[in-house]
Design a protein around this ligand. Structure first.
Ligand code: HEC
Ligand code: HEC
Ligand code: HEC
Ligand code: HEC
Length: 342
């Protein structure tokens, strides 16, 4: 027998473990570099958009997404919530900054909350696409002069670089839901933080948030078309089912009852929609959700992930149909959220 040597013993004994853990470490290192890259170099800030989108910028500046962030740290309610969670500096804690601010690299290389919820919170961090999305080709000075092949390549490129375009309402609106549906029970229970119940995509996007200038001459901030609103209404209610399920998957204590109520109401809305317009995915969603007892504490018979896939399909299927039968369900303009500056 050879005399015992720790090194031989260790390496000899676990070659596979070593190989696996080394490659795992390399993988984690790579991931964290990528992530750091995305964070640090992703956000260009709203000023970079204002250069060309001055009207959109003016609307945004007057909205609570911008205004609210200026006073948040001083608000009594914010201080109550923060101290219940043991948070000293609201602007320095990611448990608050992820939803209330835009984090951008400062001169010293650190990520700082530079402004409130802004363009890139909804349209995607723009470092990779901002130059590309308005380059219509060597012979074209605007989108109308652009040739079809260039357009296709440009839009694909933008999406690959992380631009959230307007071609998918689902993609855009899951951003809203990512912030507006609070699924951390601790934050809701900490001191009356809104839970997100009550968010509805049409009324919440057509009030103070609305910026819809591109296709009008002279430029005006038009209400979205009835077809767009009908599609957004259904996709929004579908997301409500998905995110109520997500909240239920994490809920405890007081947040459980609220999440159950949200789910029941959202399923009720989908049932009503399915009586007015018919698509296979919509039918499928309603059938599956009927089996879920929203009052019980066993909410995961249907997963939020499964619902997510169905809502995407519902959007695609509805794009092929006449939606006028659901116009009667659309929110009244008097209920649009927040007053518009223009
Ligand atoms: C150099 C000028 C310029 C800058 C800077 C710029 N844009 Fe644009 N943007 C345009 C033009 C031009 C269009 C296309 C207009 C058209 O289709 O007629 C456009 C279109 C868009 C669209 C609609 C795209 C679509 O696919 O439907 C969005 C959303 C958008 N820009 C967001 C932004 C954001 C966010 C920023 C800042 C990160 C930004 N833009 C910066 C010029 C610019
Ligand atoms: C990055 C997180 C985030 C995203 C994304 C986001 N919001 Fe918000 N939103 C907030 C926060 C935080 C507030 C509260 C701001 C304040 O008053 O301090 C808010 C406030 C609002 C308000 C005003 C609320 C009121 O009580 O009147 C409206 C309307 C709104 N958001 C609509 C939307 C819509 C529509 C979308 C998606 C198209 C969206 N938001 C996307 C975080 C977000
Ligand atoms: C998951 C996203 C999310 C997180 C995390 C979050 N908030 Fe919020 N917060 C929101 C949204 C969205 C609103 C606006 C809701 C509405 O108007 O219904 C809001 C509203 C508020 C309000 C009321 C603002 C007003 O102007 O009326 C306060 C205060 C607040 N948040 C404080 C905090 C604090 C402090 C933290 C950190 C502990 C925090 N929030 C974490 C999303 C979030
Ligand atoms: C709360 C999320 C949110 C924020 C913040 C936001 N957008 Fe948008 N943006 C949207 C949505 C939703 C639409 C589609 C609206 C529609 O079709 O009615 C849109 C549409 C657009 C369009 C095409 C429509 C048009 O005519 O303007 C442009 C360009 C645009 N946004 C640029 C910007 C810029 C620049 C900023 C920042 C100054 C910004 N957005 C901030 C959600 C947002």
């Amino acid at each position: 027998m050879r005399p015992f040597c720790f090194q031989h013993w260790w390496f000899g004994r676990w070659p596979l473990t070593w190989a696996v853990s080394l490659s795992y470490m390399a993988f984690v290192l790579l991931l964290s570099t990528l992530e750091e890259h995305a964070n640090k170099f992703g956000v260009v800030g709203p000023q970079a958009c204002a250069e060309c989108h001055i009207d959109e910028h003016t609307v945004w500046k007057a909205s609570s997404h911008h205004e609210g962030s200026k006073t948040l740290s001083r608000s009594v309610q914010a201080k109550t919530i923060a101290s219940a969670l043991g948070i000293r500096r609201i602007k320095g804690d990611s448990r608050c900054t992820t939803c209330h601010f835009t984090m951008q690299e400062s001169g010293s290389g650190q990520l700082r909350p530079t402004t409130g919820v802004s363009c890139e919170s909804c349209h995607g961090a723009a470092q990779g696409w901002v130059a590309v999305h308005a380059d219509f080709g060597p012979e074209a000075s605007n989108a109308l002069e652009e040739n079809a092949a260039h357009r296709q390549a440009r839009l694909r490129n933008c999406e690959r670089q992380g631009m959230v375009r307007l071609s998918s309402i689902y993609d855009m609106a899951s951003n809203c839901y990512g912030c507006h549906s609070i699924d951390d029970p601790e934050i809701i229970e900490a001191g009356g933080h809104p839970s997100g119940a009550g968010f509805e995509l049409v009324s919440w996007s057509q009030g103070e948030i609305r910026h819809n200038f591109l296709h009008s001459e002279p430029r005006e901030n038009k209400e979205a078309s009835a077809d767009w609103r009908a599609l957004a209404f259904v996709v929004g209610r579908g997301l409500e089912v998905e995110y109520a399920l997500k909240a239920l998957e994490k809920a405890s204590g007081a947040s459980l009852e609220g999440a159950n109520r949200r789910l029941a109401a959202a399923v009720g809305d989908m049932v009503q929609i399915a009586q007015l317009v018919e698509t296979p995915a919509l039918k499928d969603l309603v059938t599956q959700m009927k089996g879920v007892n929203a009052q019980a504490n066993a909410p995961t018979q249907v997963s939020s992930k499964r619902v997510s896939g169905l809502v995407r399909r519902i959007e695609e299927e509805l794009r092929e149909l006449d939606l006028s039968s659901i116009f009667e369900l659309l929110p009244d303009p008097a209920d649009y959220r927040g007053s518009r500056s223009r």
